[in-house]
Design a protein around this ligand. Structure first.
Ligand code: FES
Length: 107
């Protein structure tokens, strides 16, 4: 089992177990995590699944696609160099221990 951790803006953290092939967004919403809205259901259309990837993990993720790159320019909170859309982060066992920080708001 692979687990990833979401850290909320107030410092609270939630460790979430994931299945291979699931997206980080799907893992978060399946566990009822607040802070990820995912209004488009993972179709790369809404940017309400924005996360900041913790130090050291960014280079271990697949590169940003063109759609994701464009959407990240429209996030509710500032886009930072470590911004990603969690629906585009496909979980594999290599990502066990991944840490994603949630922005202050998604809309
Ligand atoms: S869930 Fe809509 S862009 Fe990720």
């Amino acid at each position: 089992m692979t687990a990833i951790t979401f850290i909320h803006p107030n410092g609270r953290s939630d460790r979430v177990e994931t299945s291979d092939g699931e997206s980080a967004m799907q893992a978060a919403t399946r566990h009822g995590l607040d802070g990820i809205l995912a209004e488009c259901g993972g179709n790369a259309m809404c940017a309400t699944c924005h996360v900041y990837v913790d130090d050291g993990w960014l280079t271990r993720l697949p590169p940003i696609g063109d759609e994701e790159d464009a959407l990240l320019d429209g996030t509710a909170c500032d886009r930072l160099p470590n911004s990603r859309l969690s629906c585009q982060i496909r979980i594999t066992t290599e990502l066990d221990g991944l840490v994603l920080r949630l922005p202050e708001r998604q809309v």
